[in-house]
Design a protein around this ligand. Sequence first.
Ligand code: FAD
Length: 317
Amino acid sequence: MKVTDHISKAKSTLFSFEVLPSIKGRDIQDLYDGIEPLMEFDPSFINVTYHREEYVFKKLNNGLHEKIAERKRPGTVSICAAIKNKYGVDTVPHLICGGFSRDETEIALIEMNYLGINNLLALRGDPVKGETQFIPEKDGHVYASTLVKQISQMNSGHYLDDEIVEGIPTDFCTGVAGYPEKHFEAQNLKHDLKHLKEKVDAGAHYIVTQLFFDNNKFFDFVKECRKIGITVPIVPGIKPITTLKHTTFLPKTFHIDMPEALADELEKCKNNQQVMEVGIEWGIQQVKELISFGSPCIHFYTMGKSEAVRRIVQNSY
Ligand SMILES: Cc1cc2nc3c(=O)[nH]c(=O)nc-3n(C[C@H](O)[C@H](O)[C@H](O)COP(=O)(O)OP(=O)(O)OC[C@H]3O[C@@H](n4cnc5c(N)ncnc54)[C@H](O)[C@@H]3O)c2cc1C
């Protein structure tokens, strides 16, 4: 079933979560071990992230270093098919612009379609680690909006190959990313929202947000979206803080604020266990408030760790 069908049929706020593919060399069982504790809550869908290549420096026999591209977490689409098959739950692969030409994107979409995966999250992707700016592939998409347009065209039966006269239309339900605290490259929220609207106008069916700790930022974001005519469902993304490292890593990496009240509580913590308790309590309050606000679904970033998410879901719904 499509994400938007789950949302439109729901009688109360839904729950979904996101997992990362196992690191290369590990088994898919690692992933299942993270998923299993959350299955009792009956998630409506599970997202699987996409990780493009990273540059690493390998030492050669002559002592010099060679820069090579390595993909450390492959398998997004096959993992989606495996999860769908094992648990009977809808899955949402992430598809990015980075590293793909338009032709390669079309092939990836055809493969998803053959596997019966008709949900996806369309993203641009970040700059490759070690680079400061996003560089598209030759003939690849520069922004997520044109990727969404390509998907919409396939949904109308238009493939890139002009020799295909009567292409069978695909039926993808496309989600896109939204940023309550603006995307880090955007000069201000107004510009960012304008580009978000372009993605929706190109055919996106719903929005999933970047993680945030301050619900007011999300409420303001939804208000601003509605003001400029974005009418699709907006799903808030939540990630609980669980380690001391997260207290600086999450705000810095995702360009989000840490509310003073949360920072004060975290400052009192002496170890990861105490941080996790604060993170879970904060998460429960966030989720309860988001449910009261009428959020259609709450999307949890597990980043490979399910315990904190499990306790939040158990105590919020
Ligand atoms: C829910 C969610 C899931 C994610 N999953 C993944 C994942 O699995 N893999 C991964 O690599 N990354 C993932 N990301 C990160 C995402 O790829 C990055 O945040 C990326 O930098 C931007 O992606 P986007 O799709 O929002 O880009 P876009 O919508 O293309 O926006 C990128 C920037 O360009 C600006 N912009 C857009 N259109 C124009 C235009 N026409 N002219 C000028 N500026 C423009 C926007 O304002 C923004 O600042 C995820 C992010 C979120 C929120």
